[in-house]
Design a protein around this ligand. Sequence first.
Ligand code: TXA
Ligand code: MG
Length: 348
Amino acid sequence: MNTQIYELDDKNIDMDIIKAAAEIIRRNGTVVFPTETVYGLGANALSKDAARSIYEAKGRPSDNPLIVHVSSIDMLLYVIGESLSDKARLLINKFWPGPLTLIFKKSKNIPVEVTSGLDTVAVRMPDNEIALELIKQSGLPIAAPSANISGKPSPTKAEHVINDLNGRVDAILCGSSSRVGVESTILDLSVEVPVILRPGGITFEDLNAVLGEVKIDKGLVSKETVPKAPGMKYTHYAPEADMTIVKGGLNAVADKIMSLAEQYKGQGKKVGILATDETKDRYQADLVISMGSRENMYTAAAGIFDALREFDKQEIDIILAEALSEENIGMAVMNRLKKAAGFNIIEV
Ligand code: TXA
Ligand code: MG
């Protein structure tokens, strides 16, 4: 497949490019577009053929449903098979457009290929002008998973998308790096107390402040319970390297990582360390990447997937990562780190 690659300036969007991309969506083709969370691999959410081509391009298991992206409340109401609850209204007013995906009953307009046979549909309104214009101009809700090859870290830069999907989609819209850097928070509103199925850009604390009560899906915390969001059961974000997270007091963590690094180097392994600004100068390894300061974990979120890809690019064998606080956005970052490490955590 010949992929058309377009460069876009998000401050000054070239509407001719958006119109060309919207035409591809209307013809049931595939278009990758930037969002504030990660890049999405989009296609017409009303067409089962379009949905199938998304699964094919990503190599995605067909039991993992897609998120539908909308640009207006009218479009949301066309996609869902229920009226908006008070809670949904509150959340939409406060957080849309933004990194919050809500689960609703689906309407008949959405084919089961989009929802993997579920009678619910995941919907969000992205906070990115290129994404919103693409949806508006095509006049269609757009189903879009993250635009990576299934199993790889989600793409937060146009170059990640080109590496993974050039030749596998009709078009790629290249914008700037994703602002949030981890995928949207998924919230299930179909139960008495709303449940976070995937932590993301809108935090537990953000949601709790609006709703008063929120739970976290048990499947996110323990390896033994099956997560309710089908996609969360896959070992996502997995770098090629073996990864270990070290958790504890900062000095003890740094000491442990240094001794493990020496041990692996002695075995002839290439060692990478995922550090923070507070510790990065203490380490010597083949590649040390800082996730940013522990004072601002939003920086860690924005850079985490790029860091995981960089370790692979430099053919690192072993990644040793510092655990972060799970407060606020830290919960989403740690969730991605734990999955990348296959829940391999050492406590010191
Ligand atoms: O930030 C994001 O959400 C990005 C951008 C592109 O918008 N998209 C994204 O899509 O992360 P994807 O396909 O990589 O992840 C979708 C997640 C999966 O874990 C899937 O199982 C879950 O959403 N999901 C989709 N529909 C669902 C439903 N009806 N019930 C429960 N989970 C659902
Ligand atoms: Mg994904």
